[in-house]
Design a protein around this ligand. Structure first.
Ligand code: NAP
Length: 287
């Protein structure tokens, strides 16, 4: 059996089509345009790629995108001051702070200074709390992207066994809650699971497997359960090529659905960011 590919680009395309129409009707209803402000502190090659993609995708949907590049030597207090100005600015619907931040700047403190209702990345502690409560309006983008891909398989999730490898705050932890909210029995693996040598035995049980570690081939293809849904979040550069965390060629012979890398989770992540901006705009305009 060779798995069906869960193509992020195609799924993102459908969601963006819906968002474009929604934004048009929101503009007519309110006379306003949703706006995302992106803050970059200093120049960074890696975030430049994301910024370019965010801007292009936002503008295609009819969302205004403004990039504020601040001085690399800016203090934490001054940065928080800039964010507070944007929090007060009624023309701003969403705010994203590009990482990495300069050394000595506490990124958690900075993220927490964004008004929860303008938190485009869904990473404010208040929004994460709503993920736990199961009533999130703005949830972390990559976790939402993985969820969209899982749901796009059309497989009934209720009662299924999921295993997430990686417990980061942007992917593994929030995704575990999004899956629990759908009555999926969810196991989260992390560094200690690997160190104890029991990662294969957990992975082998997964009807839904999500891997978000950042180590090429950490999940071997022959660990994948027959008929599983495999979502590979990892992005690694090996010999000049982008690859995921799962041994793709072998895994696709066992899985029923699998995401490619690149072209799986990535295109959906930016779409989820822009969907959050639209949700924020609606919250601010009480729609
Ligand atoms: P991260 O913060 O470094 O988290 C990696 C996680 O993997 C940690 O929870 C870590 O556990 C765990 N881990 C490390 N070694 C392990 C092992 N041997 N066995 C089991 N677990 C292990 O990374 P992240 O930000 O979540 O990103 C993960 C990957 O996804 C990266 O490749 C990143 O580029 C990619 N990513 C892709 C997108 C996208 O849109 N496609 C978005 C975000 C991230 P400990 O914390 O306990 O060490």
């Amino acid at each position: 059996m060779s798995a069906k590919l869960l193509e992020g680009k195609t799924i993102a395309g459908k969601i963006k089509e819906g968002l474009k129409k929604e934004i048009e009707s929101l503009k007519q209803k309110t006379g306003k345009t949703p706006k995302l402000v992106s803050i970059q502190v200093g120049e960074n090659a890696a975030s430049a790629v994301y910024i370019k993609s965010q801007k292009k995708n936002a503008e295609n949907l009819g969302i205004e995108y403004e990039l504020k590049t601040l001085d690399a030597g800016m203090t934490e207090d001054a940065l928080i001051g800039e964010i507070q100005k944007l929090n007060q600015d009624k023309s701003v619907s969403g705010i994203i702070v590009q990482l990495p931040l300069p050394k000595g700047v506490d990124h958690k403190l900075v993220m927490s200074s964004i008004a929860p209702g303008k938190d485009a990345e869904g990473m404010h502690p208040e929004n994460l709390g709503h993920v736990l409560l199961g009533d999130a309006k703005l949830a972390p983008c990559t976790a939402q992207a993985a969820m969209e891909l899982i749901e796009s398989s059309g497989v009934k999730l209720y009662g299924k066994e999921a295993v997430i490898v990686g417990h980061s705050e942007i992917v593994g932890k929030p995704l575990s809650l999004l899956l629990l909210n759908k009555f999926v029995t969810t196991t989260v693996c992390h560094i200690a699971t690997g160190e104890r040598g029991v990662l294969p035995e957990h992975v082998k049980k997964a009807e839904i497997l999500v891997v978000a570690v950042g180590k090429a081939g950490i999940v071997k293809g022959d660990w994948v359960k027959e008929g599983a849904i495999v979502i590979d979040v990892g992005i690694n550069r090996v010999d000049g090529k982008l690859v995921g965390d799962v041994e793709f060629e072998k895994a696709k012979e066992k899985a029923e659905f699998i995401t490619p890398v690149p072209g799986g989770v990535g295109p959906l992540t930016v779409t989820m960011l822009l969907r959050n901006v639209v949700s924020a705009f609606k919250l601010q305009n009480k729609i």
